[in-house]
Design a protein. Structure first.
Lengths: 339, 380
């Protein structure tokens, strides 16, 4: 009873609360990092160094008036933010945060589910979020959001291809679709896959930036061009859902990258016995640390680069990243067979 | 607005609706630099045509000037190009001096030049920051405003104001330089020269920046002249025209400086030309400070300024381009009979529809940025 029902439910609850908190603080981190890069201070008023700013933001967004434009498609308009957010949260179910650990005397793996098609599950569920973007822009019945949602759909679909292709080469490396087995395979080889597949990581990361609509690929919400993008007409909590989803997606991309390329919960250089001292640090801390570093790079990139233009973005996706990703799959496949 | 759910009575064969999308950009839009309004006709994301609507900031400065006395108008000129108020003051004062045949002391001329070039730096910093921000590089904006703040501090120390300076008088200057001011200006010049390197590292060789600005909004030298382009955008098209060199005013004749000229006439060249102007401006400022003559800063001016009957036109090189003043005096009243400004922003803005045609929506904001307009000057 406890094993089958209570433990998973508790895990889900902890995960959800953890992720939503992480998202809220990621927003704060983004504002802080941007501010530091730009010689500013960032939020400083709410709590020490603005640490309570996320709480204030959430309260503000909840009590704001929730406006539905008169000419909007009411049902789709309401549904869109939900479609965006739910997949972003559900994906976390298969992400292994650590190896089997004793938690309050119960031995359990640190993931909600280890399904044998974990990676496939992530790819397919995460893609569902696009519908929310498209529908949200369309249902607003307004020109700027419509343009933005067209941009978003084109962008997400094309970068999805490149990212999935790199995942194929990772599957070839690990010989499994299960997230846990991918980490274990890195442990067995004593090698983080990023060192074996640097190109794949690069494509995955660039594609990840594009898929999460982050700079320099933040065209769907380019506020300088489209005044906010597909969520221009949204306000209050529904706007907040879009916002949450974007940051939750960033965490997904970073967490999946950690699992696939940076050895998940493994310590650095898992094969070097001399670094055995590092094993004192629990696996889940390594995992969170790596994810955090990747997220920091997301923010860093945003503070540094200008924005691509729509056609250039498509050209980069179709003419550079996808051919590279396919070539990478072929080379990997040959290498796996030969070696 | 087209109805996305057209009600059709009978089912006709599939026919794609290929209407052009008309969207309204501004006057409340994050990157129209004030209250510019563009009516864009789009084919997908490609701009078929653009219509520029102006006038949201019209305050009737020219008409107002005809009922103010000659000294009060200096203060009105501040409100035109509020990013480069000191240059406007200079243009107006020199025009009145020309009308009256007044001699301005040499020290005043030198200080005027320093102030004008400081103003050019400040204006270009605002331009670079906002232009880069429109293209998505937000950090550059904050770096640029950090340096601009230093210029504002210098102006504040000189005349007490940070934006609308009212810093010239007909016949000279309201005050001499504060003690130690020139040392601070020199320090500022060193800082700017250093920071330009930073900006260039962030942008000049940046792949994305190159792709966003190269071959965007190309205009040939001949077209640029025909459409009345002026200032850095004109020079970027390969036309050597700078009032500072061609018809020297203030003390520009006495300094050595180069006029950067572009070749391609695209957004990237306009960017490079302005970046080079930063370096030339600090060069001019240093020379002016080195050779600063002693003497009074106010010439012999009658207590009541009342130019003789006549009319004159005088232009100077503002950071945006050639700003000219046409003033007619009837010799009797205490205010101009006719007051008219040739504003560089206005003349440059009329080229915008030509520039944006055929480009994408994202380029529109880049092109608004590249011609460097200030709506206060466009509308007046």
């Amino acid at each position: 009873m406890i094993e089958t029902l209570v433990v998973p439910l508790v895990k889900i609850a902890v995960l959800l609360v953890g992720i939503l908190t992480a998202v809220a603080y990621l927003v704060l981190l983004e504002r802080k990092v941007q501010a530091w890069v730009q010689v500013r201070l960032g939020p400083m008023r709410v709590g020490p160094h603005g640490l309570l700013q996320p709480v204030a933001d959430v309260i503000k967004l909840i009590i704001k008036e929730d406006i539905t434009p008169a000419r909007a498609d009411r049902w789709v308009y309401t549904l869109a933010p939900i479609i965006v957010l739910v997949p972003a949260l559900v994906v976390f179910a298969v992400i292994p945060f650590g190896p089997e650990t004793n938690v309050f005397g119960i031995r359990m793996p640190l993931h909600v589910a280890d399904i044998n098609v974990g990676l496939l599950y992530i790819v397919s569920i995460a893609s569902l979020g696009i519908y929310g973007t498209i529908l949200g822009g369309w249902a607003s019945n307004s020109k700027y959001p419509l343009l933005a949602s067209l941009r978003a759909s084109a962008q997400l679909v094309s970068y999805e291809v490149a990212v999935t292709m790199t995942l194929v080469s990772m599957i070839l490396m690990a010989g499994s679709l299960s997230m846990v087995e991918i980490v274990e395979s890195q442990q067995a080889r004593g090698l983080w896959f990023v060192f074996a597949q640097p190109l794949a990581f690069f494509i995955y990361f660039v594609g990840g930036l594009a898929e999460t609509n982050r700079a320099p690929f933040d065209l769907p919400e380019a506020e300088q061009e489209l005044t906010g993008g597909f969520h221009t007409e949204y306000s209050g909590i529904r706007f907040a859902l879009f916002f949450l989803a974007e940051y939750a997606n960033m965490i997904v991309i970073a967490a999946v990258a950690t699992t696939l390329f940076f050895g998940g919960w493994l310590r650095p250089f898992p094969s070097v016995a001399a670094l055995g001292l590092l094993d004192i640090v629990p696996g889940w801390i390594w995992f969170l640390l790596k994810t955090f570093v990747l997220l920091y790079v997301f923010l860093w990139v945003r503070a540094t680069l200008p924005r691509y233009r729509y056609d250039q973005l498509m050209r980069l996706g179709w003419k550079v990243l996808i051919p590279l990703a396919i070539a990478n799959v072929i080379v990997t496949a040959i290498a796996v067979v030969v070696l | 607005m087209t109805d996305p759910h057209p009600v059709t009575a009978t089912r006709t064969p599939v026919q794609f609706d290929t209407d052009e999308l008309v969207i309204n950009m501004g006057p409340q839009h994050p990157s129209t630099h004030g209250v510019l309004r563009l009516i864009l006709r789009l084919d997908g994301e490609r701009v078929v045509d653009a219509d520029v609507v102006i006038g949201y900031l019209h305050r009737g400065i020219e008409k107002l000037s005809e009922s103010r006395d000659w000294t009060q108008i200096v203060l009105l000129t501040d409100r035109m190009d509020y990013v480069a108020a000191a240059t406007n003051n200079l243009g107006y004062c020199e025009t009145v001096e020309k009308l009256m045949g007044l001699e301005v002391p040499r020290r005043a001329q030198y200080i005027r030049t320093v102030l004008a070039e400081l103003q050019r730096l400040a204006s270009h910093l605002v331009w670079l920051g906002t232009h880069a921000m429109d293209i998505g590089a937000v950090t550059v904006f904050l770096y640029c405003l950090r340096e601009r703040e230093l210029v504002l501090d210098l102006f504040e120390e000189y005349c007490g104001a940070r934006l609308t300076y009212n810093s010239r008088r007909v016949g000279g200057l309201p005050a001499d330089l504060p003690v130690g001011w020139d040392r601070k200006v020199r320090e500022f010049c060193d800082i700017v020269d250093q920071k330009i390197v930073d900006y260039e590292q962030l942008l000049t060789q940046n792949r994305i920046w190159l792709e966003r600005t190269r071959d965007i909004g190309v205009i040939s030298g001949a077209d640029a002249i025909a459409m009345g382009f002026c200032g850095p955008p004109l020079r970027a098209s390969g036309v050597m025209r700078d009032v500072r060199k061609d018809e020297p005013y203030a003390a520009y004749e006495e300094f050595a400086f180069d006029i950067p000229v572009g070749a391609a006439g695209d957004t990237y060249d306009r960017y490079l030309v302005r970046l080079e102007e930063f370096k030339q401006s600090t060069r001019i400022i240093r020379q002016a400070l080195d050779g600063m003559p002693e003497g009074p800063v106010m010439g012999k001016v009658p207590r009541l300024i009342k130019p003789p009957a006549g009319e004159t036109y005088h232009a100077i090189e503002s950071p945006k381009g050639e700003i000219g003043f046409f003033i007619a005096s009837d010799g009797k009243s205490l205010s101009p009979y006719r007051f008219r400004v040739r504003p560089p922003s206005f003349c440059n803005l009329q080229v915008l529809p030509k520039l944006v045609r055929g480009h994408l929506v994202a380029d529109v904001v880049a092109l608004i940025g590249t011609i460097d307009i200030v709506l206060g000057e466009v509308d007046r």
